[in-house]
Design a protein around this ligand. Structure first.
Ligand code: C5P
Length: 399
């Protein structure tokens, strides 16, 4: 699977850098061509000579490589690679990547690379859990970078927890599955609804909900990574997927979402309804800001259109996927929704499960399809849930 693939390994300064010797050996054994860039601090942990010998290529760590001032082009390195793997990724290099800082060859190559980028963080457990690290990982995931999460175990500090760089064999597996899946959705058009809707009460107020849009974003990035082209219709959210294959279509209310869904659904192969659409909207929107008074204020609400249901009624060959967030009789309600909205597949997440639901980065789901198949999954990150869901969609389309 990795035969002939050009892998650019970027090593930053962490004790886990010692594992890259073994990683390079595995890559070469699998038939990949390997070039290595490293930061100066990475050289404290593993020598360029070791990596040059194993990769059979010179190792680059600065913009010039000898006394004659020969230029190491960061642009050429980035264009050469089929994939750039940053392993180990330190908190420092991560922070530079998230912010566009460019003070060494590794970050310059990162900024100019056109190929996909996979990162393998390695940190002590508290660093790995720090809000700034989580924010930076979220930011680069929004750039479309693939994150191979750190593994659990004993850390160099002696502490035990999450933070160990993924084992080289595991990174190889991720690379193999990345290259095997890469083209699987090429030519497919996908429509995704995501985020909350805001239903105006007056010019300054609205009825909304806590949907973060994280699940829709993860699904969009997963499908885009596999070659699909995506119309991403989203309510107000800070979680927007950035990828050249994704067009963002911002809307505010359910009615606006319906207009956009109708425009795009006809030419869609797959539609994923991940939006938390408000069920009701105020009957009228006050022209001016409603003044505070002492008496009770009643706002008459009318039902919103059910976007997924309407698309289900007009669908021809589209493969449609819905979501159900249930608090009781979860399975029965999810199956009913599957039929009622004419979905091919429905993802159930129960609010009873800790770590599942709106604002969390994790989700625990069961996925049902219209042929009565059921798949139960463990609590996972939303990007892993997206991988599981997209794997099932891919399988269903091929069956
Ligand atoms: O009926 P309920 O809101 O639980 O259905 C959830 C599913 O239907 C989700 O896939 C959601 O995106 C979609 N939906 C919709 N328009 C609505 C309500 C829900 O597209 N008005």
């Amino acid at each position: 699977m990795l035969e002939g693939k050009k892998v650019l390994l970027a090593v930053s300064g962490s004790i886990a850098a010692y594992k890259t010797a073994f990683f390079v050996r595995l890559l070469v054994k699998a038939g990949a061509e390997v070039k290595v860039v490293m930061t100066n601090s990475a050289k404290e942990f593993i020598t360029p000579l070791t990596l040059a010998t194993l990769s059979k290529n010179p190792v680059y760590s600065s913009f010039t490589s000898n006394d004659q001032g020969e230029w190491n082009s960061h642009v050429e390195l980035g264009l050469w690679a089929d994939i750039m793997v940053i392993a180990p990724l330190t908190a420092n290099t991560l922070s530079k990547m998230a912010n566009g800082a460019c003070d060494n060859l590794l970050t310059a190559v990162y900024l100019s690379a056109r190929c996909p980028v996979m990162v393998c963080p390695a940190m002590d457990l508290d660093m790995y859990q720090h809000p700034s690290t989580l924010k930076n990982l979220d930011t680069i995931s929004g750039y479309g970078n693939l994150i191979i999460e750190a593994e659990h175990g004993e850390l160099a500090s002696g502490l035990v927890g999450d933070g160990r760089m993924a084992e080289p064999e595991h990174i190889i597996q991720k690379l193999e599955s990345f290259f095997s899946k890469k083209e699987s959705f090429r030519g497919k058009k996908v429509m995704i609804t995501s985020g909350p809707t805001y239903e105006s009460i007056d010019p300054v107020r609205f009825i909304g909900n806590h949907s973060s849009g994280k699940m829709g974003k993860a699904i969009a990035l997963e499908l885009a990574a596999r070659g699909a082209t995506i119309d991403f219709i989203t309510g107000p959210s800070v979680n927007l997927p950035e990828h050249t294959n994704i067009s963002i279509i911002p809307i505010l209310s359910a009615n606006e979402m319906l207009i956009e869904a109708k425009k795009h659904f006809e030419n869609t192969d797959i539609a994923v309804f991940a939006a938390a659409v408000a069920d009701y909207r105020p009957e009228t929107i006050a022209e001016n800001k409603i003044k505070k008074k002492d008496e009770q204020l009643n706002i008459a609400l009318v039902p919103n259109p059910d976007i997924a249901k309407e698309m289900g009624q007009i669908k021809s060959n589209q493969f449609t996927v819905g979501f159900a967030l249930e608090t009781d009789q979860e399975d029965i309600n999810a199956q009913k929704k599957l039929e009622n909205k004419n979905f091919d597949m429905i993802v159930l997440n129960s609010l009873r499960n800790e770590g599942a639901g709106f604002a969390h980065d994790t989700n625990k789901v069961s996925i049902f399809d219209k042929h009565n198949n059921r798949h139960d999954f463990e609590l996972k990150t939303k990007s892993q849930v997206a991988t599981d869901l997209v794997d099932l969609i891919e399988k269903a389309l091929h069956d």
